[in-house]
Design a protein around this ligand. Structure first.
Ligand SMILES: [Zn+2]
Length: 406
């Protein structure tokens, strides 16, 4: 063998190794800003977006970044999906602007999971590759209220609303009633706001098995909203795991109706899934963002939360209903029309995609018609054919029951 060929083969082997040895690649990951810098930034939204993109770029074999919708001021409500397991956990933060230390916490939880995955490591004795490849998928939305957070950090430290002056965590449809004062606003009706609509549609499309919303402060956990029987037992078990993990106390289930129409309340009452509000950042109320000096303690208390609830979720045997199929179209959650799976193929109601009318050639239309089916007299288009006609990539991920067209 000539020396030249030998060198060439070695170079090929070297580059293949470099690509396949994920942990080597992962250990080199650097970020443009530290978490502390993001917290103290004048543009937390932009820097959070940047960090999510960096996660998505560096760990693309296990992540997927998409937008669940837009805020009042048209900022993206970004969601980072991690994993391919069939059970789905949704963790969000910053419904309330001044509580955005939760944004930093969720970014840190994401990083911890991704690094552990890349290094084939364990968290709390749980092999993270086993968890994320087969069992559980996490969906993180670190900024539910990006407009409000920007208002908070650029002058009004105590800010509590979205850009329409609505308290997003009193805008969900769970014992909602109209109340609007200068310091309190439930909005004109349940889900009046684009942010709560996006969170609602995300939940209805993806069908989470458990949700956690981070707020501040108090070191307490809300878990109850009228559950009875087996649901109460199930949810109290999770609540006790969270209590042990964080060291926080559980809020008494008596008088739970004194605060209503929150995200957790809606998840418990309408979706009938375990759902928790965790108040981080010390045993006190706050009227401005939590000081950074609290962060180390917050991290220690909440580092294990995602994996602890995931482990309990794997033990849970009874789930609510069948999974619907979600469609992520060009990196955004597609919100009109329901996707149906028939014989392993995915279909969308023709009327749900009106923007196609007139855009397809006769050939494309004919092609689409060949795989069209009718369900209860309603015409449905096959998504795979639709993607082909539009020259787009189609992917169906069976474990998370999600269609990607990009
Ligand atoms: Zn709050």
């Amino acid at each position: 063998m000539s020396k030249r060929i030998k060198v060439f083969i070695l170079a090929v082997i070297y580059s293949l190794t470099a690509f396949s040895t994920f942990s080597v690649q992962a250990s080199k990951v650097t970020y443009s800003k530290s978490l502390q810098q993001i917290y103290k930034s004048r543009d937390v939204y932009k820097d959070t977006q940047k960090r999510l993109s960096e996660f998505n770029k560096n760990y693309s074999n296990i992540t997927y970044l998409f937008s669940a919708g837009k805020s009042v001021q048209k900022r993206d409500l970004s969601v980072l999906k991690i994993g391919n397991g069939s059970k789905k956990i949704f963790i969000n933060a910053a419904h309330h602007p001044r509580e955005y230390i939760g944004t930093i916490l969720t970014l840190n939880q994401i990083q911890n999971l991704l690094e552990s995955y890349a290094n084939n490591g364990s968290i709390d004795g749980q092999k993270i590759r086993n968890l994320l490849d087969k069992q559980v998928t996490f969906y993180f939305m670190p900024l539910v209220n990006p407009d409000g957070v920007q208002i908070c950090i650029n002058g009004t430290q105590s800010y509590y609303f979205n850009a329409n002056k609505v308290d997003l965590n009193h805008n969900y449809d769970a014992l909602w009633s109209k109340k609007i004062t200068s310091t309190y606003s439930t909005g004109a009706k349940p889900f009046s706001e684009p942010e709560t609509q996006a969170v609602r549609d995300l939940c209805l499309n993806i069908e989470f098995d458990l949700t956690i919303a981070y707020h501040a402060a108090g070191d307490i956990i809300y878990w109850y909203f009228g559950q009875q029987g087996a649901d109460r037992t199930r949810d109290l078990a999770y609540a006790n795991i969270l209590k042990t993990t964080t060291g926080y106390s559980l809020v008494s289930s008596a008088n739970y109706k004194s605060s209503t129409s929150g995200f957790k309340d809606w998840c418990v009452q309408k979706l009938k899934i375990p759902s928790f509000t965790i108040e981080i950042g010390g045993k006190r109320g706050i009227i401005k963002p939590v000081e950074w000096s609290y962060y180390n303690t917050i991290w220690k208390q909440n580092k294990l939360v995602p994996v602890r609830v995931a482990k309990q979720l794997m033990k849970q045997t009874k789930f609510n209903g069948d999974k619907t199929t979600a469609l992520i179209y060009k990196n955004s959650l597609f919100r009109q029309g329901q996707i149906l799976s028939v014989n392993g193929k995915q279909y969308i109601a023709e009327k749900a995609v009106p923007m196609l009318a007139g855009k397809l050639s006769i050939n494309q239309q004919n092609k689409l018609n060949k795989t069209k089916i009718s369900i209860k007299k309603t015409p449905y288009l096959r998504l795979e054919t639709l993607a082909e006609c539009l020259n787009l990539k189609f992917k169906f991920e069976k474990t998370s029951n999600t269609v990607y067209i990009s």
